[in-house]
Design a protein around this ligand. Structure first.
Ligand code: TRP
Length: 338
């Protein structure tokens, strides 16, 4: 065993990934992967996706391959990171069953992430039990790989807290086996990108996202439709750059900070039109997305090859998760037959 730190991250496959995912997490995962300081596991959490999509398995099945392509396209390298599929790791379900006894219903009810999501998803009285307990299954995901480090958005921090509680509880009752994970939050400035319409979040349901798989024309059309400054009507009018989505994107994606500062000054002064600034943003975005698109197309030509990557990754993950489960079962004294 190496003493490298271990990373576990993942996504629910409920659709294709967009540039918000790229800025908020994918880019960071690639960076951590290439740093060589970590052993990385990246999970496609199809079982978690099914907790609120039980009636639409086809959607999850299709999204799984899209998410895998997105991962490979942004530079997640199966030689360096293990990409695995949650449902193919049976030890995770078994660990979840054991952990469920260590968590109270009221504690789950207070989990802020679950609370918010229950509101957003309009379940009413019919919250699926599997959805309600997904923080426990996520604790199984994290602990099965003895992850030390979980790079997630801040909205996932309550998941980590819940995981740490389960770890402490398990270790104190049965003996030290599980590892307490810590969060890893991308440096300030990264991680937040508004939707095309200026909404704080980019999401499929709001129809305000640019996908990593969008072709160049689609990206251009989306950029040309972006929300700017409603008070900037004529080119000569002075405009606002605060809360102006085009400038927010330039801040994130354009490495030429001097140029952005220049454009901002011109826009605020008046004389710089929305069409012109959007065309410039389009060039900047296409330069970021082009290599991603090209790699995606290459992998998409060999879908069986992509499934093979997922199969190999899942096999590797099974070895690790089965070992943790074995230790857990032994500590609990459930190894009746040796
Ligand atoms: N909950 C994450 C999401 O909303 C996905 C996920 C499942 C995950 N298991 C995980 C993230 C373990 C980090 C660690 O997409």
């Amino acid at each position: 065993m190496s003493n490298k730190k271990i990373i576990l991250t993942g996504d629910r496959p409920t659709g294709k990934l967009h540039i918000g995912h790229y800025v908020g997490s994918l880019q960071n995962r690639v960076k951590l992967q290439n740093s060589g300081d970590y052993e990385s596991f990246i999970m496609i959490a199809d079982q978690q996706a099914l907790t609120d999509n039980a009636r639409d398995p086809e959607k999850i099945r299709n999204s799984l391959i899209q998410v895998a392509l997105d991962y490979l396209a942004v530079g997640i390298d199966p030689e360096k990171s293990t990409i695995l599929v949650q449902s193919q790791i049976p030890a995770l379900s078994e660990l979840t069953m054991h952990y469920l006894n260590l968590v109270s219903v009221s504690r789950l009810e207070r989990n802020p992430t679950v609370k918010t999501e229950i509101k957003q998803k309009n379940f009413g009285q019919s919250v699926p039990a599997g959805f309600f307990i997904y923080p426990v299954s996520q604790a199984a995901d994290i602990t099965a790989f003895k992850a030390t480090t979980v790079p997630v958005g801040e909205d996932q921090e309550p998941m980590l807290e819940q995981t740490r509680e389960i770890v402490r509880s398990f270790n104190s009752i049965y003996g030290d086996v599980l590892v307490e994970p810590e969060g890893y939050f991308p440096p300030e400035g990264e991680g937040r990108i508004p939707g095309l319409d200026g909404n704080a979040k980019m999401s499929k349901s709001l129809n305000n996202a640019i996908y990593l798989s969008d072709d160049a024309d689609t990206v251009q059309k989306k950029v040309m439709s972006m929300y700017t400054d409603p008070t900037h009507i004529h080119v000569e009018d002075p405009g606002h750059v605060e809360g102006n989505t085009v400038f927010t994107y330039l801040d994130i994606f354009d490495d030429d900070k001097e140029k952005v500062a220049d454009l901002k000054a011109q826009y605020q002064h008046g004389g710089l039109g929305d069409v012109k600034i959007k065309r410039y943003l389009n060039d900047v975005l296409q330069a970021v997305l082009d290599p991603i698109r090209t790699r995606r197309e290459q992998y998409a030509q060999d879908i069986p090859g992509v499934y093979k990557i997922l199969k190999d990754g899942s096999e590797k993950a099974n070895v690790v998760a089965n070992q943790t489960l074995k230790e857990v079962v032994e500590k609990m004294g459930l190894n009746y037959f040796g």
